[in-house]
Ligand binder design. Structure first.
Ligand SMILES: [Zn+2]
Length: 218
């Protein structure tokens, strides 16, 4: 399973310049969340997936949520871990709202973004100029993270962007009927069918091969 994330270093362009203190990589090295969707909102949706016919939720604790945010490249303030938030509950609530919105958007129906909008409203960020000794300038975005909704606001913002600007012809659910994973098809041919060749693609290939063998033998 870890092979799927090989080479993934987070959606760093979004929050990479942030000045917020970050947690050490050791805190999330044991997480098993997948990053295969090509979009942070869809990867967040994919933290609930089907494994061996059962739905598995990778988010089981506040720490799992923090770990996921870090892996996705979103800045998390160092003291977030110490404070007590209902982060897990908030993350699951946001995720299931994202699921409903993405499914409805894909089906061409109208959804209710009021839950998503609550998380968007919780976002508090400001810019800071950093003037380095080498006389180079950069602008850092600093986030205030004093509620669980504000910690999750970057995920809500990624979702809003996805809903408003993505071509939903290319936002796809894995073609394996038992699979619940979504992805953004960024292939040149726009013919990506599977969440991952290692998860569903290979299984389908083996099944097709067996079918062909059976047909040859009859
Ligand atoms: Zn799949």
């Amino acid at each position: 399973m870890t092979l799927v994330n090989e080479g993934f270093t987070g959606y760093s362009s979004r929050e990479g310049q942030s000045r917020v203190n970050t947690l050490s990589p050791q805190t999330f090295q044991n997480s098993r969340a997948l990053f295969l969707a090509g979009n942070p909102a869809l990867d967040f949706l994919n933290t609930r997936m089907r494994m061996n016919h059962e739905l598995v939720d990778f988010l089981q604790s506040d720490r799992d949520v923090i770990s996921w945010l870090k892996q996705a490249g979103f800045a998390v303030s160092a003291d977030t871990e110490i404070k007590r938030f209902s982060l897990l509950q908030s993350a699951r609530k946001l995720r299931e709202n994202i699921r409903s919105l993405v499914e409805k958007r894909k089906a061409g129906r109208q959804g209710d973004p009021s839950v998503l909008n609550l998380y968007l409203a919780a976002s508090q960020s400001y810019s800071q100029v950093v003037w380095s000794k080498s006389h180079s300038f950069r602008i850092d975005i600093v986030r205030r993270q004093n509620t669980s909704e504000s910690i999750l606001a970057p995920v809500a913002e990624a979702t809003a962007e996805l809903l408003a600007t993505a071509n939903f012809e290319l936002v796809k659910r894995c073609e394996d009927k038992a699979c619940v994973l979504w992805f953004s098809d960024q292939t040149k041919s726009h013919r990506r069918r599977w969440c991952s060749t290692q998860i569903c693609g290979n299984r389908h290939k083996v099944a097709a091969y067996r079918r062909r063998l059976r047909q040859q033998n009859t």
